[in-house]
Design a protein around this ligand. Structure first.
Ligand SMILES: NC(=O)C1=CN([C@@H]2O[C@H](COP(=O)(O)OP(=O)(O)OC[C@H]3O[C@@H](n4cnc5c(N)ncnc54)[C@H](OP(=O)(O)O)[C@@H]3O)[C@@H](O)[C@H]2O)C=CC1
Ligand SMILES: O=C(O)C1=N[C@H](C(=O)O)C[C@H](O)C1
Length: 277
């Protein structure tokens, strides 16, 4: 007897920020044959800018509710001003019985926006990743290990990032995620340890995790984590060469999150990649 493997139906993808630098690349990747997705639509305040990016007839809306109810997975790479409206729309359609999940790649979220995504994760699957790159996700594991291994009193942790001239938030979401990983490894509270204003001697803030940001040109994304001791230093360095690494990572995350039976809860890129912390 022969058995025929059934191919899963393509997932309907919604993209918040579809006209943006990353959003339009995610749309292009999703529209490729055999991507495993159909493009359900995009959230934009400027639908005219999305013409030519997407097939005619694709839903282009400024209403989060309309997009949420038209897709199986919504990937958000827009602006943190959209986080709360998106969370509310996704929770509402989920409560109405529509099984939608949320991949959140937007950075620069404030406290209320963080709270909104936490509460959304109680009712639907939510994957949050400041960086969709597989190698950067692996770097977070190494950052945590180095944080756990090198004593904070002997090694100053410093995170440096460079991004293109258009980036709106600083430090980058990735730099903050690296800082969280170091703090986790050290077993300290990140909010107490973070040092963004470097305008005083470092010795005044023992065990600090420092940040430095630079903006210019077309830099896709560069992150360095240094542990600086008196006699030696170690650096973990990551450079994104092409923004498509994020677009492909976003689709990997969406594919994983949208798999049938995925439970509500908060997930990260390491879950989608099957990496163990
Ligand atoms: N997780 C990851 O791997 C990555 C995450 N990012 C993050 O994704 C987000 C988008 O980055 P990028 O594509 O470079 O940004 P862009 O500015 O190019 O795109 C963002 C889009 O969001 C829309 N938008 C909606 N509301 C607002 C608002 N209030 N202010 C500004 N824009 C708004 C705009 O579309 P419109 O005008 O049509 O409404 C805009 O085109 C950022 O937070 C960035 O840090 C970026 C790269 C990788
Ligand atoms: O805005 C960007 O471009 C990027 N944003 C993300 C971040 O803030 O960390 C990820 C990536 O570095 C590019």
């Amino acid at each position: 007897m022969t058995t025929t493997a059934t191919k899963p139906a393509p997932l309907r993808l919604g993209i918040a920020g579809i006209t943006g630098r990353l959003g339009h690349l995610i749309a292009q990747e999703a529209l490729k044959p055999h991507s495993g997705f159909t493009l359900a639509g995009g959230l934009t305040r400027h639908p005219e800018q999305a013409k030519g990016l997407v097939p005619e007839g694709t839903l282009l809306t400024n209403n989060p509710h309309d997009l949420a109810q038209s897709c199986d997975v919504l990937v958000d790479v827009s602006h943190h001003a959209q986080t709360i409206p998106l969370a509310e729309a996704l929770m509402a359609v989920r409560q109405a019985g529509h099984k939608v999940s949320w991949v959140l790649g937007t950075t620069g979220l404030g406290g209320q926006e963080q709270a909104a995504l936490q509460s959304a994760a109680q009712g639907l699957p939510v994957l949050v990743a400041a960086n969709f790159s597989p190698a950067l996700t692996a770097l977070l594991t190494l950052a945590r290990q180095l944080g756990a291994t090198l004593p904070a009193e002997d090694y100053d942790a410093e995170i440096m990032e460079i991004h293109h001239r258009h980036k709106k938030d600083a430090p980058s979401g990735t730099a903050l995620a690296i800082g969280h990983a170091v703090a986790e490894g050290r077993g300290v509270d990140f909010e107490q340890a973070k040092r963004i204003d470097q305008n005083s001697p470092r010795t005044d803030h023992k065990g600090a995790i420092g940040f430095a940001s630079m903006r210019g040109g077309a830099v896709v994304g560069l992150h360095d984590l240094r542990f600086l001791g008196d006699d030696e230093e170690i650096t973990l360095s990551h450079r994104a060469l092409d923004r498509r690494v994020f677009a492909r990572g976003a689709l990997l995350a969406a594919r994983w999150l949208g798999a049938p039976g995925r439970a509500s809860g908060l997930y990260g890129m390491a879950d989608a990649l099957g990496l163990k912390w």
